[in-house]
Structures are given as C-alpha cells and as structure tokens.
Write a protein that binds this ligand. Structure first.
Ligand code: FEO
Length: 393
C-alpha cells in the first residue's frame, strides 16, 4: 500500500523481505527500494525500483489513479533504483527524464536508454505545481547520485544517503520503538561503513552545501529503509560524526588462526585492554560477516589485527578482510598487530603495511615463534598500549 508522507507526496516503493546478500553486503533484515510520487499540477515519479519489483510500484501508482507521468526523476542510476526505468517508460512513454549530465550519460551506457531528458545541476528548480530543487551528490553513492528537494514541503529525497537496508511494513521512524530504532541505527551505521565511508569528505561537503542552499528539512525520504521525520537531527548528527571519524571508546580485534597459536595469544591482548577499562569486540575473520566487522571498525577508535604467517603471506581470511577494509578507507584509528609464525614471519609486517597506507597510528606490534608463551608480557602490553591511546583520543 502506498503511504502519503506530505500532502501530495507519496511513498510508492517496494519491500524486499527476502534479500540477504546485496552485491556482497549482508542484509539480515532485507531492504526496501523507495520510490516517491509527487501529484500536483504535474505528476512526478522520483526513482523507480529494482527490476522484478516493478509490479509493486505499478500497483501503487494504479491505486493513486496515475495514468500519466510528466517527469521521471532519476536521482541515481544504480540497478536497485533505475532497474525498472524501461518498464516505467513503456507504461508512461510521455514521461521526461530529469537527471544530471552523469545520470543522462550513465542511463545510455548502463541501460541503452536514450530518452527526452531535462538535464539539471545543483540549485536548479523545476515547477511542477510544487517546486523541486536538485542537489548533485556525486559519489554518494555513484558519480551520478543526486538529491531532489520538495521546497514548500521541506522533503529531501537524497537517494542512498541516510538510508539503511531494513524491510518493514512501517515506513516512518516514529512508528518504531526505542529498541527497534537501536537496530535501525546499527543498520544505518553498517550502510555508512560499507558503502559511504570512503566518500566521507564528500559527505562533509554535501552537508555544508545543504546548509548553504538554505535547505530546511521536515522529512528525509531516502531510497532504502525508513523515512526520517521524528529523528532528523539524530541521523544528521550521525552523518556528521561518521564523516568526521568520530568513534567510540572501543577496540575491535580482528584475527584468524591456523593451529590456534594466534588465537591463544588473544587472552593476553584482552588482559591488557581490560586493565585500562576499555570495551572491546572480537571477530574471527573466517567465520564472521565482513560487513558487520567493518561496521565495528568504523564505530571503534582502536583496531588490533592478528594473523599467522602462511607461505610468507597473511592468512588468507585476514588478507581478504584487510583488502576489503582498505578499499573503504577508514581513518583516524589507533592500531596494533600480532601473530605467530614458524620460520619466516611476514604477516605482522603486512598488517602494518595496510595500517600505514590508511595512516593509522600503529602503537605496537608483537610477533612470536609458534607459541605465544614467551611473548605474554608483550601481548598484554600491546592491548594496554592500544587501549590507553584509545582512551586518550
Ligand atoms: Fe541503493 Fe547506490 O544504490
């Protein structure tokens, strides 16, 4: 069923209850593909839905007696939002596309869509009975990404920004309990950590730009998850914090082990962290969900990585996670590393290489031959030193 979010502005998207893997990103609660309909002097559809969900979109448009669409705004060409454009244009061939130049080119390159298009840029307005204003948001999430702002209604439709993967029959943040909101904010952090984090400088610029443009917001209607109207200050504040690298007083330990030598060293590292009274969370990488691990990396001030050496290299699961993490460019972390080896012992140095590339503050490393027993004191000191620096930050 559609939902009216302001007079004449409706949610007409689709709920994907089943998806558990979204191009490699785990979605334990499913997701939604949010599209919005604006009915005024002109009828405007803002974004579509993932291919295969178009009937959900069309049933809502039918329920709203939509027999003509004047404008189809394409805020983002990724397949979860633009995947049904062909079907929409078949049904409503008179619709003119509204997008920026990168969106126009992307529609041609990715979908072969060449259709009458109104090309817009930041600050441009379109009078549809209501005033729509456009704000380019390149790289949040793709170069073509932009936001559409309904000026009189103060509704911002920023596509991927401020969203999270969360399927629900409820649409608005104020329909959820405090406990449920805790889960939703965690999903929002997960979304930021795994999709938006590497574009944090761009996020900061966009937040400033929204202010400069005088955009006042009653409703944030993103393209995934819930619609914000009761907790706008909170979600905006979280984006300010995450894009500035503000994190919690906690150490995340990521490790894997071959014959348990590296795992057995954990107790000493933990003893050191506990002696300072700092929280920690531990992930064994071979059995952990990388998207959850990445969320805790972003949310924590400290990281300690542990890996045995295998064939002069990192243990493969540790290498895979560090590669994934490096691409997302977390920043401002206090770091340490440890690991066992049999004869060559390169793993710890390779962890440090990654940490250095990310400009982490590497405060201590410990490597030990086979058993950690002779390095217990050093391992305790590793945990203690990282935790102390986290507490100072
Ligand atoms: Fe939800 Fe970048 O697409």
């Amino acid at each position: 069923m559609y939902k009216e979010i302001k007079p004449g502005i409706f949610w007409v998207g689709a709920v994907d209850w089943d998806v558990r893997n979204f191009h490699g990103y785990t979605t334990r609660f499913g997701t939604t593909y949010n599209a919005y309909l604006i009915k005024s002097d002109r009828t405007v559809l803002v974004d579509t839905v993932k291919h295969g969900f178009e009937d959900e979109l069309f049933s809502k448009l039918d329920a709203l007696n939509v027999d003509r669409i004047d404008y189809l705004v394409v805020n983002h060409i990724e397949m979860d939002h633009a995947g049904s454009i062909k079907e929409v244009l078949e049904r409503y061939p008179e619709a003119r596309i509204v997008t920026n130049i990168r969106g126009k080119n992307g529609l041609k390159e990715a979908y072969g869509i060449e259709h009458e298009t109104v090309v817009v840029k930041t600050g441009d307005r379109l009078d549809v009975g209501k005033t729509l204003m456009f704000v380019e948001m390149p790289l949040i999430h793709w170069p073509d990404s932009m936001a559409t702002y309904a000026v009189e209604d103060r509704v911002l439709m920023p596509n991927d920004a401020f969203g999270e993967h969360y399927a629900s029959e409820r649409r608005f943040d104020d329909e959820f309990s405090i406990e449920e909101m805790g889960i939703i904010f965690r999903e929002n952090a997960k979304y930021y950590a795994n999709i938006v984090l590497l574009y944090s400088n761009q996020v900061k610029r966009i937040l400033e730009q929204l202010e400069k443009l005088g955009i006042e917001i009653d409703v944030i209607a993103p393209s995934h998850g819930i619609i914000w109207r009761g907790r706008i200050d909170e979600i905006m504040q979280k984006y300010r914090e995450w894009s500035s690298g503000i994190a919690e007083e906690r150490v995340v330990i990521v490790y894997d082990t071959m014959w348990n030598h590296t795992k057995d060293a954990l107790d000493s590292v933990i003893e050191g962290i506990e002696s300072v009274g700092v929280d920690y969370v531990i992930y064994r990488l071979g059995v952990s969900d990388s998207t959850e691990v990445m969320t805790d990396v972003m949310l924590s001030k400290g990281i300690i990585a542990g890996s045995p050496t295998l064939n002069r290299e990192l243990f493969p699961t540790v290498a895979a996670f560090l590669t994934y993490m490096k691409g997302l460019k977390p920043f401002g972390k206090v770091a340490g590393a440890f690991g066992s080896y049999g004869w060559s012992g390169e793993a710890v140095g390779k962890i440090v290489e990654v940490f250095n590339q990310l400009k982490f503050d590497v405060v201590k490393t410990v490597r030990f031959k086979f058993s950690h027993s002779k390095a217990e004191g050093e391992l305790v000191d590793l945990g203690k030193t990282v935790a102390e620096r986290v507490k100072e930050k």
